[in-house]
Ligand binder design. Structure first.
Ligand code: ZN
Length: 274
């Protein structure tokens, strides 16, 4: 096991795929390690109808042993947009009634791989934005190679949306500034620790006001490349969020403590949790 690296202040991991098979066998241990690393709250990402159910059930199952630690989102990822219909919408709406469901999403546009057609993606995205407005919940968003269109759509809804985050931001300066212009939050993952793919993000990260910045691992994906030695099997987990914190602090020239305190405050306000 990689040595534990502990955050100087409690952190919130705003994007964790805990329903992934790779966490099936040792989820309790994963949660305990997160606590030891001072990662005190996790927002489990719902990526489809099924996954939204699964992550909600996980938050319920572990609520007694890990009080006030687990929350979830419910939504349909753009890859899955072709399956989105009116039943889906009702299902998400019912799930979102639960107090532990704190955002709509993951939704958005992904024109990189187009696993669903752009038309289906836009329909599902707009339906979920409307749901978020109706329920007055923030939106957890994905975007790949679709900034122009996503920004256009978001501008139409922004006045009525309470809050939105572009999770795992890896876009360029124009995209970042456009999203910030319409008062969105930005989620940063271990990309910021990647000396090859992450260079653009490393240069841009100091443009994000701390009250709009939130941290995420996107576990089990995107293991920070700064972790030495590399974790066994390459699986990322919430306990590794302090490496993301350090990457951000380094490239902003700020202390890890300040970044931890302010981004955690931002996440609490964003998701309306204590
Ligand atoms: Zn995503």
């Amino acid at each position: 096991m990689t040595d534990l690296h502990t955050s100087p202040a409690p952190l919130i991991d705003i994007g964790v795929n805990l329903s992934n098979k790779r966490f099936e066998k040792d989820l309790e241990d994963v949660l305990k390690r997160a606590q030891k690393a001072n990662v005190s709250q996790l927002i489990l990402t719902g990526t489809s109808e099924e996954e939204s159910d699964r992550v909600f059930k996980l938050t319920q199952k572990h609520a007694n042993n890990f009080p006030n630690m687990l929350y979830s989102t419910c939504g349909v990822h753009p890859h899955d947009a072709k399956h989105f219909n009116s039943d889906t919408l009702n299902h998400l709406k019912a799930l979102a009634e639960n107090d532990s469901v704190v955002a709509i999403g993951e939704t958005g546009l992904d024109f990189d791989r187009n696993f669903s057609s752009p038309t289906d993606q836009e329909k599902a995205f707009e339906a979920q934005l409307e749901l978020a407005i109706e329920l007055q919940l923030p939106v957890f968003m994905h975007e790949r190679d679709a900034h122009q269109r996503q920004f256009e759509i978001l501008k139409q809804y922004r006045d009525h949306l309470i809050d939105g985050v572009i999770h795992c931001f890896t876009g360029d300066k124009t995209a970042l500034f456009n999203y910030l212009d319409i008062d969105l939050h930005i989620g940063v993952t271990g990309w910021v620790c990647d000396e090859r793919r992450g260079q653009q993000l490393q240069r841009l990260v100091n443009n994000i006001p701390l009250h709009r910045l939130m941290l995420e691992t996107d576990s089990p994906y995107l293991t920070p490349r700064t972790i030495k030695p590399k974790p066994k099997g390459g699986r990322n987990e919430p306990a590794f969020l302090p490496w993301v914190l350090d990457g951000i602090a380094e490239h902003r020239n700020e202390s890890a403590l300040e970044v931890a305190e302010k981004t955690t405050a931002a996440a609490k306000t964003f998701f309306r949790i204590d």
